[in-house]
Design a protein around this ligand. Structure first.
Ligand code: 3PG
Length: 213
C-alpha cells in the first residue's frame, strides 16, 4: 500500500473515465500518456469497463489501469481478471472492500464522506480513502477539519475537481492525488477528440509539477 501511495503522490491526478466502446480504450491511454499521465480509473458504470481495462492492460505497457465504481464482488472479480492494479469506489462497502483487498489481493480505495466512515475504514487497517464528492461535501475546508482527529489518513479527493482548484487540493499534505473526469470526459472520448484529452492531461501535469515540483 505504501508503494501505491507513493505512486499516486507522484502522479498527482488520476483521470476518472467512463467509456462505452472498449476499442477506444488504447487510444485513450495513448492520449493520456502523450500528455504525461500514465494512469486512469475506468469506471464500471458501463458494461464496457471490463473489456476496456483488458485492452489497456494487454496493450498499454506500464499504463496503470484502475477500476472505478466497483460496487459489487462480481465487478471486483471482473476488474481483477482484467488486470486492474487498483479498485476504487464512491462509497464504503465493507464486503466488497475486504473481498477485493484481502481475497483478490488488489488494493482498494473506498469512498468516504463522514468521520464515521473514515473511522470504520481506519479500523480495517486502511490509511487511504477517496473523499467523494469532494467539492459538494466542503472541499479543502472539510479535509482540513477531519484531518485534525484523523491525521493518519491520506485522501484522494474526487468530485468537482478542475484545473481551477486542483493546485489548492494538491497543496494539502494529506492529499495523495485528485481524481476527476474533466481530463477525459465521456463526450471527448465519444467524439474521439484525443488531441483535446492530451491537452487537458498536459495542463493537469503542469499544475501538479507547479505545486509538487
Ligand atoms: C467519480 O466517480 O469519481 C466522479 O464522478 C468524478 O467526479 P467529477 O465528474 O466531478 O470529476
Amino acid at each position: 500500500m505504501d508503494e501505491l501511495i507513493s505512486y499516486l503522490e507522484k502522479t498527482g491526478v488520476i483521470p476518472v473515465v467512463t467509456i462505452n466502446d472498449p476499442a477506444k480504450a488504447p487510444y485513450l491511454a495513448e492520449a493520456l500518456q502523450n500528455g504525461g499521465i500514465n494512469c486512469a480509473e475506468i469506471t464500471f458504470r458501463t458494461d464496457a469497463a471490463y473489456e476496456a481495462i483488458k485492452h489497456i492492460t494487454r496493450t498499454g505497457g506500464d499504463f496503470f489501469a484502475a477500476a472505478g465504481t466497483v460496487l459489487t464482488t462480481e465487478q471486483a472479480d471482473k476488474a481483477a481478471d482484467a488486470g486492474a492494479k487498483l479498485m476504487v469506489a464512491p462509497g464504503f462497502n465493507r464486503y466488497v472492500f475486504t473481498y477485493s483487498r484481502d481475497i483478490l489481493g488488489v488494493p482498494f480505495i473506498p469512498g468516504v464522506a463522514t468521520p464515521s466512515e473514515i473511522d470504520l475504514v481506519y479500523s480495517l487497517d486502511q490509511k487511504i480513502v477517496k473523499f467523494f464528492p469532494a467539492e459538494a461535501m466542503g472541499g479543502i475546508k472539510y479535509i482540513k477539519a477531519v484531518s485534525a482527529p484523523y491525521n493518519m489518513m491520506k485522501f484522494m479527493p474526487t468530485g468537482g475537481i478542475s484545473p481551477e482548484n486542483l493546485g489548492d487540493y494538491l497543496k494539502l499534505k494529506q492529499v495523495v492525488c485528485c481524481g476527476g473526469s474533466w481530463i477525459a470526459p465521456k463526450d471527448l472520448i465519444e467524439a474521439k477528440d484525443f488531441g483535446e484529452i492530451t491537452k487537458r492531461a498536459a495542463e493537469a501535469v503542469r499544475i501538479v509539477k507547479e505545486v509538487r515540483g
